[in-house]
Design a protein around this ligand. Structure first.
Ligand code: FAD
Length: 550
């Protein structure tokens, strides 16, 4: 049985009700996904529950970079830069289809936050700490060379630039590919399952009471160890466990805007000074350029952080003062997302000064909570948690567990030795797709989303072809079929937001295909009319949110 298929949901739940698991993980963001994979690989029986869809929290709303965090160097967080810097290469190796090297330009301006010489030194230290190979080490550029590389940059005050490597990713897909791999190792992962309360015996935590909102069923999950990996919601669960003491979270909001590429045609990703001591990114992707981010203290509804007028004014001003021939306005924004950083509160520090380090909290009941950190460092965070869990289990039960092996395991879809293999795969599939008139563009889009699993989607398209005239529609419908059967897509939002990012990067075209997609969901998941309407209404709310500025 494929335990990561929405069509097998009832079976997964039946198992969840009847087994005593070694580990229950709460939260299906990148942190929970990494823990599930590591623990399942070490032989633990694992269940992960997510109250909404996987990656629906912060893990679909980041800057989508696997990066060492140059700015942490400024804060002298050398251990953090060292750890996440070295992790980049590992995450790239294990998911080469969704973690792709990206040259980043850092323009240096008179009165900017770093001088030319300091930037040169900082980038050298950055590369050194991350163990970057010499072919990818930083290059310093003259003013003329910088202007040549990025003609859009305003020349006034420009002194030169630095060119260095980061990796771009798709945060939600990274989470899904980790979960899919965990499921291959028999982890049971289920979305739309919220932890309502904990279950205790002799004051020790032994599981949780959960509610499945898709089937509208409440049940109990029993587990020897419980990990709270709920990102911004970590303190809410610590409160439920009566263990919220000592350090606590400070949430900050970060907003990104999506613009048509033609309106901001940057030639590569660029990371530039804003003028208030902060820096922002502009990154080209899929015919768009997205930019961000902001960093402001957040105390509102965790389930629906919205983009404000002040957020967009800040970002548009930064763009319009940095680039010539751009006069971006609110009406140029096609879409946006707004995410919450679960940071650890430190007295007297501003949002931007708070550390991005992860932190582990222990409840008297045995609840282990983890928050903070970065997408980039998810594997090491998972290793730390699973080391704690296996040590405890070993002490309590005498059973031995292996050490962490995730460094050597490719995520789902990542079965490529190098970039050449990806190119060969694209050529091979394009040849096969010709019979149904799918183009290399369709294949490329899939391969950089589903990696080595793409052929399965193409086979669905070939089977469903029936001489359909609208090839784009055939492609997207085949993708949805695959995602329902293999990626636990349950709602139209799961597919259009988390699995394929279409809400952000294809928003204007969604109205052309949404009805056909919803019909597939109705038929495959036997949705009632009311369920289908509700799904569509939920999606439309997110659709509006992505263009509503409060
Ligand atoms: P989340 O992704 O929020 O996952 C927690 C999950 O728990 C949620 O899906 C939620 O629905 C679920 N949950 C909550 N309560 C319950 C419950 N009761 N029962 C069941 N489930 C529950 N990092 C990088 O490395 N690179 C970047 O470029 C980068 N950019 C960023 C930009 C911004 C604006 C932000 C906000 C963060 C950025 N980060 C970046 C950091 C990174 O995105 C986060 O560290 C990471 O996504 C946090 O993942 P998580 O799994 O801990 O939390």
């Amino acid at each position: 049985m494929n335990n990561f298929s929405s069509t097998n949901r009832k079976q997964v739940i039946a198992k969840a009700k009847n087994e005593v698991f070694d580990l229950l993980i709460i939260g299906g963001g990148i942190t929970g996904a990494g823990i599930a994979l590591d623990a399942a690989m070490r032989g633990l029986s694992v269940i992960l529950v997510e109250k909404n869809d996987f990656a629906s929290g912060t893990s679909s709303k980041s800057t989508k970079l696997i990066h060492g965090g140059l700015r942490y160097l400024k804060q002298m967080e050398l251990r953090l830069v060292n750890e996440v810097g070295s992790e980049r290469a590992i995450v790239h190796k294990n998911a080469p289809h969704i973690v792709i090297p990206e040259k980043m330009l850092l323009p240096i301006k008179k009165n900017g936050s770093l001088s030319y010489n300091l930037t040169s030194l900082a980038l050298w230290i950055y590369d050194f700490l991350a163990g970057v190979k010499s072919s990818e080490s930083r290059k310093m550029l003259s003013k003329e060379k910088t202007k040549k590389i990025e003609p859009l940059l305003k020349g006034k005050n420009l002194q030169g630039g630095g060119l260095y490597y980061e990796y771009r990713t798709d945060d939600a897909r990274l989470t899904i590919e980790a979960l899919k791999k965990a499921a291959e190792y028999s982890a049971n992962c289920t979305n739309y399952t919220e932890v309502l309360d904990f279950v205790y015996k002799d004051e020790k935590i032994i599981g949780a009471k959960v509610h499945d909102s898709f089937l509208d069923k409440e049940y109990q999950i029993k587990a020897k160890k419980v990990v709270n990996a709920t990102g911004p919601w970590v303190d809410l669960l610590r409160t439920k466990d009566a263990s919220l003491s000592g350090k606590r979270l400070q949430l900050t909001k970060g907003v990104h805007l999506v613009i048509d590429y033609k309106k901001l045609p940057v030639r590569q990703a660029i990371y530039f000074d804003v003028g208030d001591g902060r820096m922002i990114f502009a990154i080209p992707r899929s015919g768009k350029t997205y930019l961000g981010t902001t960093d402001t203290v957040f105390n509102e509804d965790l389930n629906r952080p919205l983009t404000s007028k002040a957020d967009i004014a800040y970002l548009l001003k930064a763009i319009n003062t940095t680039f010539s021939k751009t006069n971006l306005k609110e009406s140029d924004i096609e879409s946006s997302w707004s995410g919450l950083r679960p940071l650890i509160h430190e007295d007297g520090k501003s949002a931007s000064e708070l550390s991005r380090k992860d932190e582990i909290f222990y409840g008297e009941s045995g609840l282990i909570s983890i928050a903070g950190g970065k997408l980039t460092g998810y594997r090491k965070m998972a290793e730390r948690i699973v080391n704690i869990v296996t040590e405890q289990l070993q002490q309590e039960e005498g059973k031995k567990y292996t050490v962490c092996k995730t460094e050597f395991e490719r995520l789902a879809g990542g079965n490529f030795a190098n970039q050449e293999e990806i190119t060969d795969y694209i050529i091979y599939l394009t040849g096969k797709a010709r019979e149904i008139k799918l183009t290399i563009e369709h294949i490329k889009e899939w391969v950089y989303r589903y990696g080595s699993n793409t052929e399965k989607i193409l086979d669905i398209a070939i089977e469903n072809n029936q001489n359909r005239k609208d090839i784009d529609l055939l492609a997207i419908c085949s993708e949805l079929h695959y995602c329902i059967d293999n990626e636990m897509v349950t709602t139209i939002s799961d597919f259009l937001i988390r699995r394929s990012s279409r809400l952000y990067f294809d928003r204007p075209r969604i109205k052309y295909y949404i009805d056909e997609l919803q019909e597939i969901l109705v038929q495959k998941l036997l949705l009632s009319e009311a369920q289908s309407q509700q799904q569509k209404a939920d999606f439309m709310e997110r659709y509006q949110d992505s263009r509503t500025f409060v």
